[in-house]
Design a binder for this molecule. Sequence first.
Ligand code: NAD
Ligand code: TYD
Length: 340
Amino acid sequence: MSKFLITGGAGFIGGNFLHIMVNNYPEDQYVCIDALTYAGNIETLEPIMNKNNFKFIHENICNREAIFKIFEEEHFDYVINFAAESHVDRSIENPGIFLNTNILGTQTLMDACRKYGIKRYHQVSTDEVYGDLPLDRPDLFFTEDTPINTSSPYSASKASADLLVQAYHRTFGLPITISRCSNNYGPYHFPEKLIPLIIKKALANEQLPIYGNGQNVRDWLHVYDHCTAIDLIVRKGKNGEVYNIGGHNEKTNLEVVKTILKELGKPESLITYVKDRAGHDLRYAIDPSKLMNELGWKPKYTFETGIGPTIQWNLENQKWINNILSGEYIRFMNDNYKNK
Ligand code: NAD
Ligand code: TYD
């Protein structure tokens, strides 16, 4: 029996991770800490809330005193840090909160790990720490050795946290792993992000805002595959190592939007080109061979097999989506698209 701390579990990826792990490992204990920011939704955890091996604690990872107290009481074996401010557009609007949560929150968790002892601290990071690749070099991919070269306050904060995690490993001997995944999609995806946003707007026959010319490339991985990769890395990965996670599903934003429109039977005339995002990264593309060769990970979904069930989930879970559309959501949407 092992005890896991999962931070940010009321968010998109942490929530999916908990759904899978709490059911797959009934002998292990899962404690979720989440501050329930605009992106955190307690309803996401409803299916597992009453399970014997799950417990939810409403707390902020930056609250040092509270975090230390939880560590003292719970005796975690593993800590997996999903908690973050995660939306690039919001980081352009307000960088400060990204530095607090993504960097200082990580430090607080690792200090607690040092004080109370753990078997492994895992940092859920992003391929965005590598910056971007040119559109005219399809032969280039991000490997674990690609230099960090960030573009947005979001990616800079995630890269800073990664460096701090590596420093705690080298200086203090903290047992760590880091994973850097490409863009995710799937159930419980917050409707500000591209794929759920386009599904929501297309269903309402609203204009679909495409930044710039729509030729930016993202490498889309189903969230289920991200979760199985993290599980494998935490249990079998080598102490101190970084693992890239991706499934070679590169698509331009325009291709993604057109695929969704086709599946929903909606017209391409809904597509509207709007002002580009400042500093907009051109292309992300992961080389996942280390994870595949060393740990035997294989993704279950391609974009083509994963997007249909994702659209279906959005159709069947309108209540979950509508409950999110709060005052803060409306404020961000109005501000973000006002000048575009
Ligand atoms: P999300 O925004 O959907 O969820 C983040 C969760 O963290 C929310 O539940 C929020 O309430 C919680 N949180 C935020 N600040 C907190 C704080 N100070 N204390 C405690 N909880 C806090 O994000 P996501 O898309 O699920 O991403 C999870 C992790 O995966 C992040 O670290 C992100 O950088 C990384 N990641 C995301 C993607 C992607 O495509 N979404 C890809 C690669 C890596
Ligand atoms: P997003 O889901 O915000 O993820 P990230 O910026 O972390 O990759 O955006 C995915 C891509 O979609 C990105 O190139 C920006 C673009 N995009 C739009 O064109 N329109 C939108 O309204 C949004 C939210 C994103």
